[in-house]
Write a protein that binds this ligand. Structure first.
Ligand code: C2E
Ligand code: CA
Ligand code: CA
Length: 557
């Protein structure tokens, strides 16, 4: 017997095989409240169902049927490894057939006509118990600490539950600060907390026809019939916790994946629910919902990642150049350009960097991409300088991760050297927010570039919250005003004051200012009047394809 029979509050499936409709109907009526019933009207059909359907817990088999009879079913079942262990209760009115069917593997008998309902139910329940404890002989089913199902058993029974045509929800439950709590309270007390959570989760699961498990630490999962209100369970769990520890801010957070996609494996469903918990890391909300739209998004992301290597090999990443103009003189003068990457995907078409750069920054592929971009840019720049403008400078975007590649500077040096370029031909654009996040190490690396004549542009200035105090210590030669200031140019009066302030700040720091996202003449004139050195934006030029950039170079030189 299971220690925690009530933990498995799921309807087992029973297959009733009888050629007489009346017998099938009587049995089904008798059992349908406790079990999920499948029926077959002959032996052939029974074997078909057994082979096709999973998680049939018991077969109730009539022995005497035309064509393929009960004995034949027992024989064929015994020979089939996939179904041979499913227990069979034979239903017969003839005592002498019992021994024969026993030999063929039947486990028990019930007598026709079916008069004693309670006896029949009891025999079925007992057999299920025996059978289920047999299959788990070698597999512990329970989480030792809490008595909930362990992850393996949860997966096993969960699959059975999902066969049911109802909608189901998967909920992941975690505790805030659990690791801290464990250290602080010691394992005995924190174990008590986990056990109490488990108790409430069992009640919750039972009430909603589901199962609950603890996979490890404070990772709990519950699979239940679909419901719409989760506030209650969160409240109950939090009450439980507050009773235990008034002084500690201990709370549960749950992630809910509603109406789960039944074609996915249970552990995938668990991961999705858990990701909804993590989406609430700000700790202001207790419940996070898994956004099913993100399934499509995930597929898209997976595709971009898996196609990456081929894209590098097939040169699907191409570089656009957005001109930067010096506006100090009478006429804007081309001084350089920013290299901006695009992905021309063979199936998905044009993909803008906003779709893949953040993704590749997260998973590290950015390093390979940026090296590729730098190589292409250097090759192009060599050509531009030899044929058009000797003083042209190109800026290349560097992500924070790029700088933590071993010997990054040597690598960049060698790419430039191969193309006979001087260090000052390349600007490294580094976004301001990169400096603000554990900047020390980055500052050291950037200094080493700068001491060797590379020029550094602090990109997106105004979004990274540098303090005025810190900014004096940061290594950069150009301050690139974020385009947000141009977007607010008309709507927000203060925006012009801030632009003026930043340009003055640049002058104090003795660095040049680049304004990006400049779209109108009015913006351009305003910037010029303040002494801004360079502008970049749709007003003077959009990012250009290689061939169009060459045309511009021809015109300018
Ligand atoms: P960013 O470095 O701030 O680049 C400026 C973005 O503003 C570019 O978008 C550019 O096309 C756009 N832009 C330029 N002028 C205007 C304008 O007047 N109005 C408006 N509304 N937009 C303008 P894009 O090319 O989509 O690039 C987006 C971001 O992707 C870049 O932002 C940069 O952070 C990143 N990125 C692009 N190429 C690379 C690369 O090779 N390596 C790395 N690490 N990041 C890159
Ligand atoms: Ca940039
Ligand atoms: Ca920028």
């Amino acid at each position: 017997m299971y220690k925690n029979q009530n933990l498995l509050n799921i309807k087992r499936r029973i297959l009733i095989v009888d050629d007489e409709l009346i017998n099938r109907t009587i049995l089904a009526e008798m059992l349908k409240d406790t079990y999920e019933i499948l029926t077959a009207s002959n032996g052939e059909e029974a074997l078909e169902i057994l082979n096709k359907e999973e998680y049939i817990t018991i077969v109730i088999l009539d022995l005497l049927m035309p064509k393929v009879d009960g004995f034949e079913v027992l024989k064929r079942k015994k020979a089939n490894i996939n179904i041979k262990d499913i227990p069979v209760i034979v239903s017969t009115s003839e005592k002498e057939l019992e021994v024969k069917s026993l030999k063929l593997g039947a486990s028990d008998f019930i007598k026709k006509p079916y008069d004693d309902v309670e006896v029949i139910k009891a025999r079925i329940a007992k057999l299920i118990d025996l059978y289920e404890s047999k299959i788990v002989v070698n597999k512990t089913r329970e989480d030792e600490l809490t008595g909930l199902l362990n992850a393996e058993a949860f997966n096993l029974y969960g699959e059975g539950i999902l066969l049911n045509s109802k909608k189901h929800d998967l909920i992941a439950i975690r505790l805030t600060n659990f690791i801290f709590l464990h250290d602080y309270l010691g394992s005995e007390k924190s174990n008590t907390i986990l056990k109490n959570i488990a108790k409430e989760l069992v009640k919750f699961a039972n009430k909603n026809n589901g199962i609950a498990c603890r996979s490890h630490d404070d990772y709990f999962y519950v699979l239940i019939d679909h419901i719409s209100n989760y506030e209650n369970i969160v409240e109950v769990l939090n009450n439980e916790l507050s009773l235990l520890h008034e002084r500690i801010n201990l709370k549960v957070k749950i992630g809910v994946y509603q109406n789960v996609d039944k074609s996915s494996e249970i552990n995938v469903l668990c991961d999705r629910a858990m990701s909804a918990v993590d989406s609430n890391d700000d700790q202001t909300q207790d419940i996070g919902f898994y956004d099913t739209k993100s399934i499509e998004q995930n597929i898209y992301i997976e595709k971009l990642i898996s196609d990456f290597d081929n894209a590098i090999k097939n040169e699907e990443f191409i570089i656009y150049y957005q001109p930067k103009f010096n506006i100090e003189g009478d006429k804007p003068k081309l001084e350089g350009a920013e290299a901006l990457v695009r992905w021309i995907h063979p199936e998905l078409g044009f993909i803008s960097p906003g779709d893949f750069i953040p993704l590749f920054e997260k998973n590290g592929l950015i390093k390979k991409l940026d090296t590729y971009v730098l190589q292409k840019v250097c090759k192009d720049l060599k050509f531009f300088k030899e044929n058009y403008s000797k003083t042209l400078q190109i800026s290349v975007n560097f992500s924070r991760n790029d700088f933590f590649v071993l010997e990054i500077k040597k690598k960049v040096d060698s790419i430039l050297a191969k193309n006979n370029l001087e260090h000052k031909d390349i600007h490294l654009e580094v976004t301001e927010s990169a400096y603000t996040r554990d900047g020390e190490q980055l500052i050291g690396i950037l200094n080493s570039f700068r001491n060797d004549n590379y020029l550094i542009e602090m990109d997106d200035f105004g979004t990274g919250y540098s303090t005025l105090n810190a900014i004096t210590d940061l290594p950069f030669d150009y301050l690139k005003l974020d385009m947000i200031f141009m977007r607010k140019f008309d709507s927000n009066k203060n925006s012009r004051k801030v632009i003026k302030f930043i340009i003055n700040l640049s002058k104090i720091l003795k660095v040049k200012t680049v304004a990006e996202g400049v779209e109108t003449k009015e913006q351009c004139d305003f910037l010029k009047s303040l002494g801004c050195n360079l502008i970049q934006g749709y007003y003077l030029s959009k990012p250009l394809k290689y061939d169009d950039f060459i045309l511009l170079l021809e015109k300018e030189s």
